[in-house]
Every structure is written in C-alpha cells, then in structure tokens.
Design a protein around this ligand. Structure first.
Ligand SMILES: Cc1cc2nc3c(=O)[nH]c(=O)nc-3n(C[C@H](O)[C@H](O)[C@H](O)COP(=O)(O)OP(=O)(O)OC[C@H]3O[C@@H](n4cnc5c(N)ncnc54)[C@H](O)[C@@H]3O)c2cc1C
Length: 428
C-alpha cells in the first residue's frame, strides 16, 4: 500500500495577538476599525517608520492612507458622516497604530481628539440652549472638512509655562472682534507643525481678570496670515511628530473656528478627565510591539534576519516572562481605564485614571528596556525597530497635562485629601 502524501507543514510562527487581548468581546465596529488599522500598520506604516524616524519627517504617506481608508473621521459622530467611535473603540485603534509607528499614532491622537472633544465629550457638558445650537452649527463645519475634504487637525496646547499642566490660564490670547477673534501667542511642541491643516489651539479670552474658566478652543487655519512655524526638531524619540514651535501673531479667525463654546474646555477638563488619557494608548501599542518583536527575535523569526534561535536560554525565558507579566498588567489597566471613561467619574475612578496613565507610560519604557537587554546587541541596530521603540517609549512620561511626575503629584494628593480639605482642618 502506498503512503498517503502528507502536505508539508507550514513552520509554526508567532502570531501577534489583538491589542485587546484574546478574550475581549469586540463589537463589529471595533473589529472593522482594528482590522483597518492593523492592515495599514502591518503592510505600510511599519516599513516607513524607520525613514520618518531617521529624517525626523512627518508621515504624510501614512495620513494619505488613513484618509483613503476613512480613519481620519474615526471620532466624528455618525450623524455627520463619521465612524462615531466611542472612547474604548478609539483607544484600541490608537494602540493598534502605535504598534507599527509611534509618531503616526501620537499625531493621529491630536487629530482624532478634535472630533472626540467637540463630539461626545461636548455632548455631556452643561451649556445653554443657545450655546448648544451654535456649537452644533460650528462643529458641522469642522466635521465636513474632516469627512469630505480629509483635513487634518492638531492640538498645540503647550506653552512652556504652567498652563498645559492645568495650573494657569493659557498665555495665548484671543481678543473678541466682530464676527471672530484675533489670536496671538506661542505654542511649543506643536506636533503636526507644518503638516496639519488646522491647529486646534487652546487660548484665553482676552478680558480683564480672565481665569482658567475663560479658556477657548479654536481651530486656526494653518495658512492664515500671522501663523508661522519656527525652531528645529531633532529630538530623542517620536521624531516623526515634527513638534516645532508655532507662532500666532494677530491671527484673525471667524467665530466658527470655535471647536467648543467659550469656557467649555475648562468644564471638560474638570468633568471628563479621560479626555487626557488618550495619549497613553500609543504607548500601549509600543509596549505590545516591543514584546512581539522580542518573541519573534528569540524564536529566530524576524524577517530579513538569519533564523537563529535564542529562546532555549533560561535567562531569556525569564525576561520574556517578566515582559509578558508587565504587558498583561498594562493591558488590564488600559482596558479598565477605557471602560471607566465617562462624564463626572467618582473620585476613585479619577485616581484610577492617573494610576493607569502613569503605569502605561512607564511600563512601555520598561518593556522596551527589557527587550533591548534580552535580545542583545544586534537587536538595537537601526535596521531593526526595537531601538526606535525604546526611544519613542521614553517620551510618554513627558507629555502634559499628565506627565509621570504630575500623575504622582495628583494621585498622592487625592489619596490623602478630600475635596476642599486643608491641613489645618484635617488636624482639628
Ligand atoms: C514627542 C512629543 C510631542 C508633543 N506634542 C505635543 C502637542 O501636539 N501638543 C502639545 O500641546 N504638547 C505637545 N508636547 C508637549 C508636552 O505635552 C509637554 O508640554 C512638554 O513635553 C513639556 O515640556 P517641559 O518638560 O519643558 O515642560 P515644563 O513645563 O518645564 O515641565 C517639566 C516637568 O515639570 C513638571 N511640571 C510642570 N508644571 C508643573 C506644575 N505646575 N506643578 C508640578 N509639576 C509641574 C512636569 O512633570 C513636567 O514634565 C509634546 C511633547 C513631546 C515629547
């Protein structure tokens, strides 16, 4: 009897998992959007990331792909032609993008948040009927630009003072004039500088005694007279964000430039704190990518490299186990944090956000550090992505308003003080 022919077995290879982990019950919309992000990331962004990093250049090609795939309208509400992604859906997609190109994911966050903040976050805020009606009219303008024209928005807030930490009014001022505002100021670290079509800046309405409550969120056209970009950009990591300095000198913008009514940003910052937790998903993605790379490297499966296996050494197994434990901890916090996002979260939830944000940012860097150490010398050559992930991951903890230091600051204080409590009262 002749032997039954057996098809040659495909060699087993490591299959990187879903960013949400194996058991997460994804909705159809989440699966669709994650598939788009994963396909673009794997097939296009991963290969381009090295060049953007080397040149410190903006990922224009990636944005063209995201525009074509409809991703730019991810946080635009459905009634305006967008995907209407909720918080959890958005952060998962952001993390998936971060697996392939950190700079693309981080800059995409600035764009997507313009839709999110003016969308479902603004819907949860208290405003007068008149303000609501005007907001509806204005945001329709911005959403049409994103949906129909594929325009890109950014969020240059930082000024180098205490404002971006939420501790002082913005130094950039908007003077009310008939039909609009005249804006002047300076923004540092303006990611997408020279690339965005609209800079979504935070400023203060110029009036005597203005406070944090007089904030204003305005979309300034990049080509408006008085807008310029200065300074160089040659940083440690996240080099493709091209975060140069933005100068605004007597820039006239119409009323419809308002992405939120006057004062609403301050209300959002107080009542919807997860709005700032959208920066960490990029780093969740980097953490997953560093882990995936390490497994592939130790299994001898990195494309373009000789198939040398290093997995049999117990010390490497222990390090991968440590990385996996950190990754699972980080993912659990990431998913719980997303599920908790809502207006007016209780104090314990607010504290959990700081803890999750801090942990994701720091764990990403720690996982990258372990990856470099265990993979070894060849793994940190610039021909491989790990050293870029390592550098990119370091930047997470530096981002205001919730730098690692400020998360500790806020969390420590809130652990020990109830609202309005002072030491004198506490001692009585
Ligand atoms: C890659 C990258 C991209 C960025 N993109 C953007 C962007 O698109 N838009 C944007 O607005 N910003 C962006 N930033 C800027 C970022 O959010 C911070 O504003 C910037 O990194 C802060 O610079 P700094 O450390 O010099 O700030 P500093 O104000 O000097 O703060 C230094 C540190 O001191 C602490 N600190 C600051 N203020 C206080 C305070 N009042 N109380 C206690 N501690 C405080 C914080 O831990 C802070 O990290 C980006 C940063 C990076 C690294």
């Amino acid at each position: 009897m002749s032997a039954v022919p057996v098809a040659p077995r495909e060699p087993l290879r490591y299959q990187p998992p879903s960013i949400a982990g194996p058991a997460y019950p994804l909705t159809d919309k989440q699966r669709t959007l994650l598939d788009i992000a994963a396909r673009l990331g794997r097939e296009k962004f991963a290969a381009r990331a090295e060049r953007y990093d080397r040149e410190a250049s903006f990922p224009f090609e990636n944005y063209a792909d995201m525009r074509e795939a409809g991703l730019l309208r991810i946080c635009v509400p459905e009634q305006y032609g967008g995907w209407g992604a909720d918080f959890t859906t958005y952060v998962m997609v952001s993390a998936e993008l971060g697996r392939h190109c950190g700079s693309t994911a981080l800059t995409f966050n600035m764009h997507a948040c313009s839709g999110m903040w003016s969308g479902f976050i603004a819907d949860d805020l208290d405003m007068s009927d008149a303000d609501r009606a005007t907001h509806e009219k204005h945001r329709a303008v911005h959403y049409r630009r994103i949906v129909e024209e594929g325009k890109v928005y950014s969020q240059p807030f930082s000024e180098g003072g205490a404002a971006a930490a939420g501790k002082a009014p913005w130094g950039t001022l908007a003077r009310k004039v008939d039909g609009g505002y005249v804006v002047s100021g300076r923004k540092i670290f303006a990611s997408l500088s020279g690339a965005a079509d609209y800079y979504g800046i935070l400023c203060t309405v110029d009036k005597p005694g203005a406070t944090l409550r007089d904030s204003l969120y305005l979309a300034v056209p990049a080509d408006a007279p008085g807008v310029s970009v200065t300074g160089d950009w040659d940083p440690l990591g996240m080099r493709g964000t091209v975060s140069r300095t933005l100068i605004l000198k007597d820039v006239l913008v119409p009323d419809e430039a308002r992405l939120m009514p006057e004062g609403m940003y301050a209300q959002a910052a107080m009542r919807w704190p997860h709005m700032f937790a959208t920066l960490s998903p990029t780093y969740m993605g980097i953490a997953q990518a560093a882990y995936d790379f390490t497994v592939q490297y130790l299994r001898g499966e990195v494309p373009g490299m000789p198939p040398v296996k290093r997995r049999m050494y117990p010390t490497k197994q222990i390090t991968v186990a440590e990385m996996r434990i950190k990754l699972e901890q980080t993912r659990a916090l990431f998913l719980r944090n997303a599920a908790d996002a809502r207006v007016d979260p209780p104090k314990d939830t607010r504290m959990a956000i700081y803890a999750a944000h801090y942990s994701i940012m720091e764990a990403a860097n720690e996982i990258c550090r372990l990856a470099v150490r265990t993979c070894g010398g060849q793994s940190m050559l610039k021909t491989l992505p790990l050293e870029r992930m390592y550098r990119d991951s370091r930047c997470g903890s530096l981002m205001l308003p919730w730098t690692a230091e400020l998360c500790l600051d806020r969390l420590g204080r809130e652990c020990l003080y109830e609202p309005g409590e002072r030491d004198e009262e506490a001692l009585q």
